[in-house]
Design a protein around this ligand. Structure first.
Ligand SMILES: Nc1nc2c(ncn2[C@@H]2O[C@H](COP(=O)(O)OP(=O)(O)OP(=O)(O)O)[C@@H](O)[C@H]2O)c(=O)[nH]1
Ligand SMILES: [Zn+2]
Length: 227
């Protein structure tokens, strides 16, 4: 467990990063993975922390004021968490969870919560993602599809590209006869600033293979995600 691996001279900041290292891996990691993560996080975070401090000053605030003293560190950690997809690797995420199956019927994982940051304003876009595929002798572990969604969502993105990346990744990993992805999301950059539209959302889709070629397959998917 984290506290057992940390040495006696470890301070609170180290503990915070260490615990984040555990959190980002999402499962019980090996000790050396944890230390690698810790070192990488500390290095990136020191630079990011200085930049967040500069932003706080630039908006006219005093970074030494009590409520803001640890804010650059917190903001750096939050930004690292929200962009951890750059550090992740598809093979580690799938972890070999591809299983032989004779089932060739549509598999859908729907209503996957999704949080990303738009690459134009660094503001969140939030919504849900539906992913379907038509197996061709192989199925993928259920949890791996939301993990794939998270990996790409935790990068700076536009929604159209995120949708495509998820679709192509699921296609490559499963070798499916077809993959469909729909994302419905609200963009804070169009809500809390800019055009200021609170009730609109953006819907993007990617249809590959059988979903693109066969309108009945596509329609079945669309009906099932709305049912
Ligand atoms: N297509 C697409 N556009 C996005 C996405 N996220 C944000 N945008 C848009 O990116 C555009 C950037 O336009 P700019 O004119 O360069 O930036 P801006 O002056 O901040 O634009 P406004 O938001 O209209 O105030 C805006 O229209 C945003 O709404 C996305 O995921 N997909
Ligand atoms: Zn934006």
């Amino acid at each position: 467990m984290p506290t057992r691996l940390l040495g006696p001279g470890t301070n609170q900041v180290d503990r915070d990063f260490f615990n984040d290292g555990i959190w980002t891996l999402g499962h019980e990691p090996r000790a050396e993975q944890v230390w690698d993560n810790l070192r990488r996080n500390q290095k990136t975070s020191a630079a990011m922390e200085a930049q967040f401090r500069a932003i706080i000053e630039a908006v006219g605030e005093n970074p030494e004021r009590e409520g803001l003293v640890r804010t650059p560190l917190r903001a750096a950690k939050a930004m690292q968490y929200l962009t951890q997809g750059y550090e992740q690797d598809i093979n580690e995420i799938v972890n070999g969870a591809i299983f032989e199956s004779e089932n060739d019927q549509m598999v859908i994982v729907r209503h996957i919560e999704m949080y990303s940051l738009c690459e134009h304003h660094l503001l969140p876009f939030i919504g849900k993602c539906h992913v379907a595929y038509l197996p061709d002798g192989k199925v993928i572990g259920l949890s791996k599809i939301p993990r794939i969604v998270d990996m790409f969502a935790r990068r700076l993105q536009i929604q159209e590209n995120l949708t495509k990346q998820i679709g192509e990744c699921v296609q490559n990993v499963t070798g499916a006869k077809g993959v469909a992805v729909v994302i419905e999301a609200k963009h804070l950059c169009a809500m809390m600033r800019g055009v200021g539209k609170q009730n609109s959302d953006m819907v993007t889709s990617v249809m590959l293979g059988r979903f693109r070629e066969d309108s009945r397959t596509r329609q079945e998917f669309l009906d099932l995600i709305r049912s």
